[in-house]
Design a protein around this ligand. Structure first.
Ligand code: PMP
Ligand code: GLN
Length: 383
């Protein structure tokens, strides 16, 4: 039997494809974004204790109360903004589910949603599954949001805009001027904002993360989404959250209750107690900045040209001095021949525009990064 595809142009995600290729060729996997080191033992212990203590049945639909309270406290401590854990915080099965749930709650047939390209791979399929149409706006050459183009893309059909800062894959972060332009635009067109802040604790060089939650006007029209997978080195746990004003969250929960109903209990209980210590997430920027600096220093000795990385655990490199291959072919060649996997940046564009750039993930042990750099040093020989 054959059904008409709801996502005819979608294949398997590039992250899955590159991880499989890396495995097949024994390559060092700097493609898909995940750490190759373990999480804090205390977090595992907290979850284990929760299971042993019998926290093994359905939690409340919106999430374990203690975790929602801990999330609200964390946001208040950092951004001095309040979210009511009872009505404005929902625990989700990772950020991916939160993003799709927000889209399904907001977007109606024919609505337009603005996305900025390069764009994380789940956004456009999510918009389409909700019946909407993605309107793509390219970033500037140095990967800043081009607000004049964003404004030109807005129309009476525009229902929402999706923002991702710190930005995957480019590693750029928005600044105060970006937030003001967004606020003015969202106000003028009465837009809902879906803000993907999964890398919120990975902003470097002493710069503060600008959460849209911290902007009073944007707070009132935004779904702000994050992921414990990124913050606590547990991407396989798939636990994240969404915060939004009560009226928006009511609609979000209507969808949430019918696509997951709720998220696994013991991890929520464990995360709630682990969050009592802000040390792990407040120390994350320094932790990753050291890895970024080590990786960038190593890359400088190769024929790759790395772009600046202000946040996230990704760095984009230009390889045009080395090869005329397209970026997908270059990633394949790099994996198979050099033994290091990366992700082509064109995979983050709806038109697959190829700028001869690839993305590496540096959320790896120092020895992994050093081993990858030793292999990448061979690139100079190719020409
Ligand atoms: N948004 C962005 C920008 C991401 O990079 C990722 C995952 N790497 C996600 C969302 C999804 O996060 P999760 O694994 O919590 O679903
Ligand atoms: N978000 C991660 C990345 O950008 C991967 C997550 C996934 O495989 N869907 O690499």
């Amino acid at each position: 039997m054959k059904i008409e595809s709801k996502l005819p142009s979608v294949g398997t995600t590039i992250f899955t494809v590159m991880s499989a290729l890396a495995e097949a060729h024994g390559a060092i996997n700097l493609g898909q974004g995940f750490p190759d080191f373990d999480c804090d033992r205390r977090l595992v212990d907290a979850v284990t204790e929760a299971m042993t203590a019998g926290h093994n049945q359905y939690p409340p639909m919106a999430g374990v109360a203690a975790l929602r309270e801990a999330i609200a406290r964390k946001i208040h401590a950092i951004h001095t903004v309040s979210y009511d854990p009872a009505t404005e915080v929902t625990v989700t099965a990772g950020a991916t589910q939160a993003l799709l749930t927000a889209l399904l709650a907001v977007v109606r047939a024919g609505d337009e949603v603005i996305v900025i390209e390069p764009v994380y791979d789940s956004y456009i399929p999510g918009i389409e599954l909700a019946g909407g149409r993605a309107v793509t706006v390219p970033m500037t050459a140095d990967y800043r949001i081009d607000w004049d183009r964003v404004e030109a893309a807005a129309s009476p059909a525009t229902r929402a805009i999706m923002i991702n800062s710190p930005h995957n894959p480019t590693g750029t972060v928005i600044d105060a001027a970006d937030v003001e332009r967004l606020a003015a635009l969202a106000e003028r067109h009465d837009l809902v904002v879906i803000s993907d802040e999964v890398y919120e604790h990975m902003v470097f060089d002493g710069v503060a993360h600008r959460s849209l939650a911290a902007h009073p006007a944007l707070r009132e029209r935004s779904f702000v989404i994050s992921s414990f997978g990124k913050t606590f080195h547990v991407t396989g746990w798939k636990v994240g959250y969404c915060v939004a004003p009560a009226a928006l969250m009511t609609e979000f929960r209507k969808v949430h209750q019918f696509n997951v109903f709720t998220v696994n209990t013991p991890m929520q209980v464990g995360l709630a107690s682990y969050l009592e210590d802000p040390g792990p997430y407040l120390g994350l920027a320094d932790f990753y900045q050291a890895r970024r600096d080590r990786f960038l220093a190593g890359l400088a000795a190769t024929a790759l040209r790395a772009r600046p990385c202000e946040g996230t655990y990704f760095v984009v490199c230009d390889y045009s001095a080395i090869s005329d291959l397209g970026d997908a072919d270059f990633c394949r060649w790099l994996t198979e021949t050099i033994g290091v996997a990366a992700v082509p940046v064109s995979a983050f564009r709806s038109d697959s525009r190829d700028e001869r750039r690839i993305r590496f993930c540096f959320a790896k042990r120092e020895e992994t990064l050093d081993a990858a750099l030793a292999r990448l040093a061979r690139l100079g020989d190719t020409g």
